[in-house]
Design a protein around this ligand. Structure first.
Ligand SMILES: [Zn+2]
Length: 338
């Protein structure tokens, strides 16, 4: 194999040719390809991680471009699913690795399958509930993962390795009731912090994948607006339900049909209760008589009167311009009705 393109890593003693070969044999999943996920994916693909699965439920919008570094205005105009847009751009950067886009909402029914053939999971999600689910799945499947989050000018990251470090539930022992914490849409975020946190997380990823002894075991907290840099030692909670007692409550929960308000806009995602595959073209024909329809093999976009939504082949829909989840549900049942 020609390692020339990775020469700046192979001449770096800590990686070397042996480390590079390990990277090329490694498999990672990035859950959420937004501000942090795009930077992590970019770094890992350029570094030559051999297989990268990019998982995201949403499509590109203009308001993403301030911080989500892989996307373009054209992606936003076309509303390309983020997982697909990220893979297409990264294939032009590195055609020698394998990239797999997955357009889905990660939940208790699919997360184990998404990480079971993976060496390391990277957190690009935007909420604590998703991270708790990643935490449980990674402990159950015995996979390391890297927590990474940022808001306003501050961010945190921690390597979470079953059997070696505490877990996310040791760090945040009580779950936040959803909707009560600040989010990037209500508080904002500067693109420097998402870049810094993601770059640190992706460097730790390289260390974990090559088996380096320099893997950080602490929580790193940074506020680049206030110039605060902290490294905090987290103790394992001996009563932690996840890493001490191996109780995986979120994984065991039947997902059923559910709705989620999406961070950053007046949109609600509706996920049908049972696994389904819908024929996008057939739906497009059905909806043409009552509004404007655009579709590709990835999704269908409908707008008619006050109603706007995007429908994905797995029956999932993102309903736009709605204030609450019940309004989204009624639009879903009226127009899609699975
Ligand atoms: Zn724990």
């Amino acid at each position: 194999m020609n390692l020339q393109r990775y020469s700046r890593q192979t001449v770096f003693d800590e990686i070397g040719e042996a480390g590079q070969e390990r990277l090329l044999r490694s498999r990672v999943a990035v859950i959420g390809v937004g501000a942090i996920g795009t930077v992590i994916a970019n770094n890992l693909c350029r570094a030559g991680v051999g297989f990268v699965r990019l998982i995201d439920r949403d499509y590109v919008e203009l308001g993403n471009l301030q911080r989500q570094v892989l996307y373009t205005e054209e992606d936003a105009r076309q509303r390309v699913p983020k997982a697909v847009a990220a893979c297409e751009h990264l294939r032009e950067v590195n055609s020698e690795i394998e990239l797999e886009p997955v357009i889905t909402d990660v939940n208790s029914s699919n997360i184990e399958a998404l990480i079971s053939d993976i060496d390391l999971v990277l957190d690009g999600s935007d909420n604590l509930e998703a991270r708790y689910l990643i935490n449980e799945a990674c402990f159950k499947e015995n996979r390391p993962w890297i927590y990474a989050g940022a808001i306003v000018g501050a961010g945190m990251t921690m390597n979470i390795i079953p059997g070696e470090t505490p877990c996310l539930r040791c760090l945040f022992s009580h779950s936040l009731p959803s909707g009560t914490g600040p989010t990037c849409s209500t508080a904002g975020v500067v693109n420097g912090i998402t870049g810094v946190i993601a770059s640190i997380a992706s460097t730790e990823a390289l260390k974990i994948l090559i088996g380096s002894s320099d893997v950080r075991k602490t929580l790193l907290a940074i506020d680049i607006w206030s110039n605060l840099f902290d490294e905090i030692t987290i103790e394992q909670n001996r009563d932690c339900p996840v890493c001490a007692h191996h109780e995986y409550k979120l994984l065991g929960r039947l997902s059923g049909s559910y709705t989620t308000s999406l961070c950053g806009r007046d949109s609600v995602q509706v996920v049908p209760g049972s696994k389904t595959t819908i024929d996008i073209e057939r739906f497009a024909q059905r909806l043409k008589g009552i509004g404007t329809v655009r579709y590709s093999r990835f999704m269908l976009q409908f707008s008619g009167g006050e109603v706007e939504f995007s429908l994905f082949p797995d029956g999932r829909a993102i309903i736009d311009k709605v204030k609450d989840e019940s309004a989204a549900r009624s639009i879903y049942s009226e127009y899609i009705g699975l």
